[in-house]
Each structure stands twice: as structure tokens, then as C-alpha cells.
Design a protein around this ligand. Sequence first.
Ligand SMILES: [Zn+2]
Ligand SMILES: [Zn+2]
Length: 467
Amino acid sequence: MKAINGAAEALGGKDKLLAVKTLVIEGSGVAPNIGQNPHPEGPLPTWWVPEFKRSIDLANHRARTEQHRVGMFPFALPTDQRQNQGLDGDVAFNINGEGRAQRASDTAVADRRIEMLGTPLTIVRAALDPGAKVGAPRRKGSEELIDIVTAKGDKLTLVLGGTTHLPASVSWITSSENLGDVVNTTSFEDYETVSGIQLPKHYVTKIDFRDWTSGDFHVSKNIVDGDVGDLTAPVAVKSAAAPGPPVISVDAQPVAQGIWWLAGTGGNAFSILFEFDDHLTLFEAPTSEARTKAVIDKARALVPNKPLTEVIVTHHHFDHTGGLRTAVAEGLTVISHQGNEGIFMEMTSRKATLKPDLLTQSRKSLKFRGMDDTLVLKDKSTEVDLFRLIDNTHSPYLIAAFVPRDNLLVEGDLMDMTWVQHPWAENYRKNLALRKIHFTKDIPVHGRIATFDEEMAALAEMEKRTK
Ligand SMILES: [Zn+2]
Ligand SMILES: [Zn+2]
């Protein structure tokens, strides 16, 4: 506790900290879109956040985060979004544009509680709480590291600066479907004095995967004990049950002989199954371990006499690789563009201890079959022609499949009938022409099965809307 008391002293004094009722942080910054970089080795695309406001009611354990974000990258969904997220004790909720509040999951409760602790004032106060467990400080260079288990059971590590004793950063571990354990670190920079308390004017949050930045915010205003209004969860939200994890069902729709579209619920990205002479091949392992495991089980049940041996992964984006670790755990060889091998290797060689997943339990490692321009998978039963999308801005290593016998296109992120805009439509048409593909049906990872004419009409509509 000596180190914590030292930090409290450096921040303005224990009594002063404990007397604070509310804190408001206003500013702007960027929030990079984790796992959605076009090139797997390139920079992340970012949401620009021109307005950010976090209001914390310390005495009542309530918080509200309001932000306006604008996508600074080609995106098929709305790029101008306003978010309003609340936390009231153990109740999390979101307020939509019309002011309607809806209860959020218990995972959101835990995430928002950690967000609330991500300031020097709140984390030191949490450590001063008699219900908290504070570990003995460890030295790392000139800094002191202190493990804290809050009264609520959240585990964080606080780092204090060697000379100033001011909090330099706080870290905590989260669990990711794509990456296993993820260490998140928020650094506190450029302290200023407000009402006698030291508060940072710059927050940078990074994860321990490629040192990616997940948020970088400059504070325009720190307000201590200002009026935060009523942050109480609406009665209707409190009485509503918290939504549980998504219900997973896999609905296998036959689309041609030995080909199934594995749609259903539990995610907005689907898989496709191909039956060959002596084995099965899956197309895409998206969303999560739970969804991909259910898809794999379904595939095995559909054709029980043939082993499922491989999975084609269209590109590295995290919505398409949430089940990559699961596929590796299940012994599947991963087929993708060779440019994706590096990131896939990194994603599948990380540990998951917070929520031990099938990969961590299996101790398996990635088996990768790379391709460049094309790869033909063919035997007496089936032919699946894989090809790379040339000059595609969504990802330079995006691949898709064509089934000549049935004239089917099988793809992820080339087209979705529900998209509001299509920034790489021109490239999509160009690649179809280049590969001489005029499909009867497109069996997609996102959206619904559509014909060539339906898609071309929808594309024209999207382009008209965005011009
Ligand atoms: Zn993508
Ligand atoms: Zn996608």
C-alpha cells in the first residue's frame, strides 16, 4: 500500500482523491479498427473520433461514454456513427439515435468497468478501496509495477513512474477469439492540474499484438466534480434481462451436389462446405470458436464417412478469422494466399489462459498451404478453382472460389446484398471479367445467396446512392 499511497500523494493527496464525486473527460482522437488492415503487414484503418466524452459518477459506479466516429477508410457499412454507452453498477446499456435504451451483455459490463478504471484517478481510488487486494510492487527499470484485484474482482497492473510516482499506465488482460490472451495497456501522458488533482491530457491504449494502438485520445477538458447529469440506467433497462451469448445454430443448405451453404445464427459470417472423393473442405472459419466448432461438427455430421481435412480462409480480417484458432485445433490445414501466412502463424501461436480455448488445449500448430494467383482443388467429385482478387483495395491477399460444374461463385467480402455502399465494386466487376466468371449464383460468407443479375443491379443502386 505504500506505493499506492505514494501515487495518491503524487496525484494530489489521498483525501482529495477520495472526495471526488465526478470526473468528465472530453476530447478527440482516433480509434484504429483492430484486425481490419487491408494488407496484413500494413497499418490499421482508423475511426476518427472528433467528439469524445466520458462522464464518471464515482460515488455511484456509473459511467457514460458518448462519441461520434467517422470511418477514414473504404467501408461497406455506415461510416458516420454516434455511440452512447452507459454503465450503472452491474447494468450496461446502449442508447440509440432516437434515445431508446437497450440493455447490453454482461461482457459489456466487465469491459466498461475496466474502461472506467482506465484513468489514474479511478484506478488509484479502486486500489485504495478496502475491498481491493494490492500486491507487492515489482521493479522494472525505474518503474514500479503493482498488481491490483479490485473489490469487484477485476485484475489490473498499475505502473508508477520512478521519479514522479505518478501512474504511467495501467494494463489488463482480455480474451480474443482471434488472438487468445490480449494484454491491453493504457498510458497516461501530459499531466495537468485540475482542482488540485493531476489528470492526464493524453491517453494511448495499445495491445500486445504487433503493438497495435486501439485508441489515442487527446483531452480538451478534464472536469472534476462537474454536473454529469443523471447516469442511472432507465427502469426498463434494469428490469430487462441481460442478453446472453448469441445462440448458435448451423443451417446446412444444399446448393449443388456435394456443396452446402452453412448459414444459421451466432454470427454474421457463414461458411461453405465442399465434398471431394475422400475428404471435405471448408470455406471460411469466421466469428468465434463457438460458431466455427458448430460449423465443423455440422460438416462432419453431414458427411460422416469422409474426414474434414482443410479450410480455405479468404483473408486475414478478424471477422473472417475468429475461428482460425479453432480450425487449427481441429487439425485442419489452412489454405490461403501466401501473404497471409505470417499473420496466421502469429495469431495461432498465442496462448489463451484467461479463457482456455481448443487451440491452447490441443497444443497444435498451424499447417498452412499457400497459393499465389490460383490454386485448383480437383478430383473426380468436385473442382474448386481458387483465385486471388487482383488490385483489390479491401485486401491485396483476398481470395475467392469458382465452381465450374455448377457455375457458382463462393466468396467473402466481395459482395453482400445488405451493404449500404460498395467502395470496391469496380474492382469486383473487373476481377469477374478477368477470370471470365458470369456466375449463376454467388454463395457468400456475408449476406444471402444472389444471382449475377441481382448483384449487378444492387451494385448499381449502391453506387448511385453514394455518388
Ligand atoms: Zn474483410
Ligand atoms: Zn467481412
